[in-house]
Design a protein. Structure first.
Length: 349
């Protein structure tokens, strides 16, 4: 594939001329809107590649064999610096973000108590499910729009941005104005209609890896969102299904440094879903940070044994506070290594 990055001063007429020329050569040209400057993704053999740079408005022209050119480092389309995911909050390029909160919003007291606690311990984003895709139809499915209202109240009180899952394409438009980050769960990673809708949304997207998906499939799912013009995609490794049932899933930590070498998109780790066991959340959180993850998303509940969903993989507020203290010490140790590529790491608060 060929990726043509346009100049900021380029016009719609400039892009129309390029696309017309490419299509006359038998190529497929797709214009991708971007905040900085649009780009054109070209499939097919271009007869006159040298002539592309002669068109008005053309900036960088790059070649890539990647099936996800917009997400790939090869195309050189990364925005400079860390990614802005909420007012005053950035991730990547040394900025580590910890998202914490309950699997499900169960009620006002529960979510406010959790929000206050994780905020005090240093979390930078409040997570909470209002619409819950559950394997069993009789399991608690979340509070729906009432849960969103409670998350918004928690945000007003604590100042924490909120991340919650969106399950259907038709929900994106009404939900986006009320939350800070939209999450795609493991079961919806290849819901392409949903991904296309998120590509048109002006909100960061947290894209969880499918429980049975390859890295290539995961990054191609991210490409759907990027191709719609939304450049703010955060990847989340949440464990994959394997033959071993000692843990709920198998946390594939080896892909953290691998994915970071393949894409400019930030990647965080979910040790809660990856293990399904609260005693493993601390060690796997630290292991994820040591592997180079840009952040964590952790299930925290004031009383995990009373949780309506995923209590076994949730930690209480005291345990989360201890985890954050350990995480800070680890990050400080990594930052002290002057030759380490992680030397600028710090937790965003």
């Amino acid at each position: 594939m060929t990726v043509i990055q346009m100049q900021e001063t380029s016009t719609s007429l400039d892009m129309a001329r390029i696309c017309d020329s490419l299509e006359r050569q038998g190529c497929q040209a797709r214009v991708v809107p971007r905040a900085s400057a649009p780009c054109v993704v070209v499939s097919g053999k271009i007869a006159d590649k040298a002539g592309l740079k002669a068109f008005p408005g053309v900036g960088l022209v790059s070649e890539t064999n990647s099936s996800f050119p917009l997400a790939s480092r090869e195309a050189g389309l990364s925005e400079p610096g860390p990614m802005n995911i909420a007012p005053g909050l950035f991730i990547g390029e040394g900025m580590t973000v910890v998202m914490a909160g309950p699997c499900s919003v169960e009620g006002r007291n529960q979510i406010l108590e959790t929000a206050r606690g994780v905020k005090a311990s240093g979390a930078s984003v409040l997570r909470g499910g209002a619409f819950k895709p559950r394997s069993n139809p009789y399991s608690f499915q979340g509070l729906g729009s009432e849960g969103i209202a409670l998350l918004m109240e928690a945000r007003r009180e604590t100042g924490l941005p909120i991340v919650t899952e969106v399950m259907a394409p038709e929900d994106v438009e009404w939900l986006a104005p009320h939350v800070d980050i939209l999450q795609v769960g493991t079961r919806n990673m290849q819901n392409f209609t949903l991904l296309k809708a998120l590509g048109r949304a002006d909100k960061p997207v947290l894209l969880k890896r499918g429980m049975m998906s390859t890295v290539d499939e995961w990054l191609q799912a991210a490409e759907y969102i990027l191709a719609g013009g939304n450049t703010r995609v955060i990847l989340c490794e949440r464990g994959i299904r394997s033959f071993d049932k000692i843990t709920r899933n198998t946390l594939d930590l080896s892909i953290v440094p691998m994915v970071k070498s393949m894409t400019h998109l930030p990647i965080i780790v979910d040790p809660s879903h990856a293990t399904g066991r609260r005693e493993l959340i601390l060690p796997m959180s630290l292991a994820a940070l040591a592997a180079g993850a840009d952040g964590l998303i952790i299930e925290v509940h004031p009383r995990p044994d009373e949780a309506l969903s995923d209590g076994a993989q949730s930690i209480d507020l005291q345990a989360f506070d201890g985890l954050m203290r350990r995480a800070r010490r680890l990050i400080e140790a990594l930052a002290a290594e002057s030759e380490s590529p992680l030397c600028s790491l710090r937790i965003a608060m």
